[in-house]
Design a protein around this ligand. Structure first.
Ligand code: C6P
Length: 549
């Protein structure tokens, strides 16, 4: 179904700005689109949420634990190109024209008979919390992935900001928390709070079980062989520093080389720069092409006998590029180098398998995957962790202390000196339960549909340029709007209740590679919808119209 875009008597960009007209035309534009891809997904019942509270006795339990279904590549088909927005005379200079991309937003159909396999294998102890472990017999009973039902799990998404409904598009900075994570934290403090590993009393046992249970969930989430591979840290930044300042300090020497890519976040540049400066080592940087993809031939040329470590991002926070991490790890290993993968931006969006990646370390932050702030993890190969000296000393990480010497615990305790962030580790476990209940494959596929929809619409906003067009891309839309500072756009969007990040995204080198100091960044998560994208695009059109552009 198409709707003709009406002819305007005041052509946009030529006559006086008319916000009402812009708003009406924006509405017409959206109406003329063939539909929101998400609308073709089966709907969950209005009252249903996907929350698994993770708290014994809590009421917010899902009706069942069946697998979810979203359209997969084989299941999707776009409507014919004739449904693309027609070119019209209306404000021809300004109104978006026909789609430039081969992708045409359209209706998608889900073969109702198909189901996505259960992703959450039975977990010992999960029943105690009523969590979404695979329930035998439900595998063929596909339940819909309904982003609106997902949204109901996140109380903050019902907030009003400046009198407008909150549109949270700053997920790259941090994600919002589902009720199950919030409940799990209060349950911990109400019933389990104690220091861990240190006492014979009941609460110490409860908190230790909860903390170590969370470690097991992280192990399962990244498919590590053992919980001994998982070290709790504050987040990705601390994880990278741990490796640089412990393993790096011991193993990188004068004239050795450390390789990173142009895509890196400052957290994956500065610790290596510091290490190189201290040791007289050399930092080498693999370049990217104009789409923001690592140029593998150039990367390979940087690898050699002096390369001690490669540290690369899995997903770029500034551009959204998904790097060919598995291939890059293998290439580095062929040269005898160790590899750290920064998973800060990949964990909320795609299934992680550290054994398949074969990386030596993998770091991530809980707060970017719906868990609390101040907690994250380092996965490390066990022998590597155990041959690496601790980077901090204190309680919890020792076997024996005399004034002459200290014997350290094996991993992971040797890297967890002092009282850790126990409650938030437990909260991270609850976030993992939540994600696994929905299924990471389902999340990836849904976000991909959303990314394509958003890319299509944003490309129609006059003067808007998207940075980062990698073939493999996660839900990050980094853009500039001609004639506007990024901060100005960010503030104007905020007035509409739309939260994006505007600035350098702690990734200055890659923005400068594209000739800009700042961009506006909208970053997606599983609870975002096409309506969120529509709101963003309408607000951007308004911003332009207010300036008379
Ligand atoms: N990027 C962003 O808005 P911490 O702060 O330790 O949780 O994560 C650091 C970090 C490391 N690597 C990548 C790829 C990242 O994106 C981040 C955090 C946020 O893009 C905050 S600057």
């Amino acid at each position: 179904m198409t709707t003709a875009i009406p002819t305007a008597s005041t052509p946009l960009g030529v006559g006086l700005p008319d916000p009402e007209l812009i708003a009406r035309l924006a509405n017409e534009l959206f109406a003329a689109l063939p539909g929101h891809p998400q609308d073709a997904l089966p709907k969950a019942p209005a009252e249903e949420t996907f929350n698994a509270s993770g708290v014994p006795g809590a009421q917010v339990f899902p009706a069942d634990s069946g697998p979810f279904a979203v359209p997969g590549e084989a299941q999707l088909r776009a409507l014919p190109a004739s449904l693309a927005v027609p070119q019209g005379p209306v404000g021809a200079a300004e109104l978006p024209g026909t789609p430039k991309l081969p992708y045409i937003p359209g209706f998608y159909f889900l073969d109702q008979g198909q189901s996505v396999p259960a992703t959450n294998p039975a977990v010992p102890g999960a029943h105690a919390f009523g969590l979404g472990d695979g329930v035998p017999g439900l595998e063929t009973d596909a339940r819909p992935f309904d982003p609106h039902a997902v949204r109901r799990d996140f109380p903050i998404l019902s907030e009003q900001v400046h009198g407008k409904p909150l549109v949270w598009l700053d997920n790259g900075a941090t994600t919002q928390k589902p009720q199950s994570v919030i409940d799990r934290l209060s349950y911990y403090y109400a019933h389990e709070n104690s220091n861990i590993h240190r006492a014979a009393h009941e609460l110490a046992a409860r908190s230790t079980d909860a903390y170590e249970g969370a470690r097991e969930k992280v192990r399962r989430f990244v498919n590590a062989p053992s919980p001994r591979n998982i070290v709790f840290v504050r987040g990705s930044t601390e994880g990278i520093n741990l490796v640089a300042k412990s393993w790096g300090h011991r193993n990188v020497g004068k004239d050795d080389e450390v390789v990173i890519t142009w895509l890196e976040h400052h957290a994956n540049i500065v610790p290596w720069q510091q290490l190189c400066a201290e040791k007289g080592a050399i930092l080498r940087v693999a370049p990217v092409d104009d789409r923001g993809q690592v140029i593998l031939e150039e990367y390979e040329k940087l690898l050699g006998p002096r390369t001690r470590i490669v540290s690369l991002t899995h997903v770029s926070n500034a551009l959204g590029t998904i790097t060919p991490a598995r291939e890059m790890v293998a290439m580095a290993h062929r040269h005898g180098a160790r590899v750290l993968v920064d998973g800060a931006q990949s964990v909320p969006h795609k299934r992680i398998d550290v054994q398949d990646l074969d990386c030596d370390w993998f770091v991530f932050s809980g707060h970017k995957m719906f868990a609390p702030t101040g907690i994250g993890a380092v996965y490390g190969k066990e022998d590597l962790l155990n041959e690496t000296p601790p980077w901090q000393g204190g309680g919890n990480m020792i076997v024996d202390v005399t004034f002459e010497k200290t014997v350290y615990q094996p991993a992971p305790a040797r890297f967890e000196a002092g009282t850790g962030n126990i409650a938030d580790a437990v909260g991270l476990g609850a976030a993992i339960d939540y994600l696994e209940r929905i299924g990471m494959e389902n999340i990836s596929r849904y976000e991909h549909v959303l990314l394509e929809y958003a890319t299509e619409l944003l490309n129609r906003v006059p003067g808007l340029r998207i940075y980062g067009t990698a073939r493999e891309k996660a839900g990050v839309l980094s853009f500039t709007l001609a004639g506007f500072e990024s901060e100005e756009v960010g503030k104007a969007l905020d007035r509409e209740g739309i939260a994006v990040r505007a600035g350098h995204h702690c990734a200055q080198p890659i923005l400068r590679r594209f000739g800009v100091e700042t961009t506006v960044r909208a970053s997606l998560a599983l609870y975002n919808t096409c309506e969120d994208i529509d709101a963003l695009v309408a607000a951007l059109l308004n911003i332009r119209s207010e300036r008379g552009g």
